[in-house]
Design a protein around this ligand. Structure first.
Ligand code: NAI
Ligand code: 15L
Length: 272
């Protein structure tokens, strides 16, 4: 019998972006729950532990990515550029790269993908609005556009091929909120783990979009349409409020980064 704390319930899982900030958080947390965890990145990775395979691959290499998908039950796709950058770089890593992941999944019969989208898909909504994932996208840059493409790709691969996806519009997942904005957008690492596990195990997800955010007091995102996932965040940014407000006592209310949900991303670029 498997130990109750670490059931082998997730099967054979591919984790892309495993060398990144969130990849390094999730790798040891997913490993005990998987029969096999295959980790991949373009950057150097820690050697394989028991129950792991390590394969370095650039996401823009379709053949290499197809090999990554071989024999997998599910994917947690974190890999790609995670900040606002010139379009050509985003195009390869995020748009071509995510297409390659879905094509690999189709070819190899992978049934479910958990896709790391971003709150920057809707970054041009204002901070005085509460929105839901059913509302139109308002990307705040090349990066947000690439994540909107990924969500549409996910929708298409479900409608056409039946591959299920949970698109996680992650807020700000760091050890703690770094500024006043992140008091609303923070996702703790424990809640990130809860969200990814819920997304891998919910019985029926079709294509679900959910905001990845903890149970913060100030909230811009209504996750009611994704309640079927069973994700219940348990952490809150509130213990960090006093320190973050003291560090930024008088935010400039004419600054677009203070007006819009995407924060500083909304005023990055142009790059040429
Ligand atoms: P990160 O930048 O630390 O990690 C991304 C990883 O992807 C890196 O290890 C990088 O080497 C890899 N990568 C980049 N280009 C690649 C390519 N062409 N081929 C293969 N691998 C490539 O980002 P982080 O914070 O770990 O985020 C993980 C995912 O979650 C990203 O997709 C990011 O866009 C998304 N996300 C993260 C948020 C956060 O607060 N950390 C918020 C919203 C979304
Ligand atoms: C993101 O999508 C980024 O990947 C992350 O680095 C943070 O900047 C986050 O959004 C955020 O909006 O705070």
């Amino acid at each position: 019998m498997e130990p109750a704390s670490a059931p082998l319930s997730l099967g054979r899982v591919l984790l892309t972006g495993a060398a990144g900030g969130l990849g390094r958080v999730l790798r040891p947390r997913l490993r005990p729950r998987c029969t096999l965890l295959r980790v991949s990145d373009i950057a150097a990775l820690e050697p394989a532990a028991a129950g792991e395979e390590v394969i370095e691959a650039p996401l823009q290499d379709r053949a290499a990515v197809a090999t990554l998908l071989q024999g997998m039950d599910a994917v947690v796709h974190l890999g790609g550029i995670s900040t606002e950058q010139p379009f050509d770089a985003i195009l390869q890593a995020n748009i071509v790269g995510t297409y390659n992941v879905y094509e690999g999944a189709r070819r190899h019969g992978v049934k479910r993908i958990v896709y790391a989208s971003s709150n920057h898909v809707t970054g041009f909504y204002r901070q005085d609005e509460v929105i839901a994932a059913t509302m139109p996208v308002r990307p705040d840059g090349h990066y947000g556009l690439s994540k909107a493409f990924g969500e549409n790709l996910a929708r298409f691969y479900f409608d056409r091929y039946g591959i299920e996806t949970v698109s996680l519009r992650i807020g700000s997942s760091f050890p703690e909120p770094k500024d006043r904005r992140m008091l609303a957008t923070w996702l703790s690492y424990d809640d990130l783990e809860r969200l990814v596990v819920a997304s891998l195990t919910a019985p029926v997800v079709g294509h679900t979009i959910v905001y990845g955010v903890s149970d913060n007091k100030a909230a811009w995102w209504d996750n009611t349409p994704a309640r079927h996932l069973g994700f219940r965040p348990q952490d809150s940014s509130e213990p960090f409020r006093a320190a973050r407000e003291a560090a930024q006592p008088a935010p400039d209310r004419t600054d677009p980064a203070v007006i819009f949900q995407g924060g500083a991303f909304v005023r990055m670029g142009p790059f040429e």
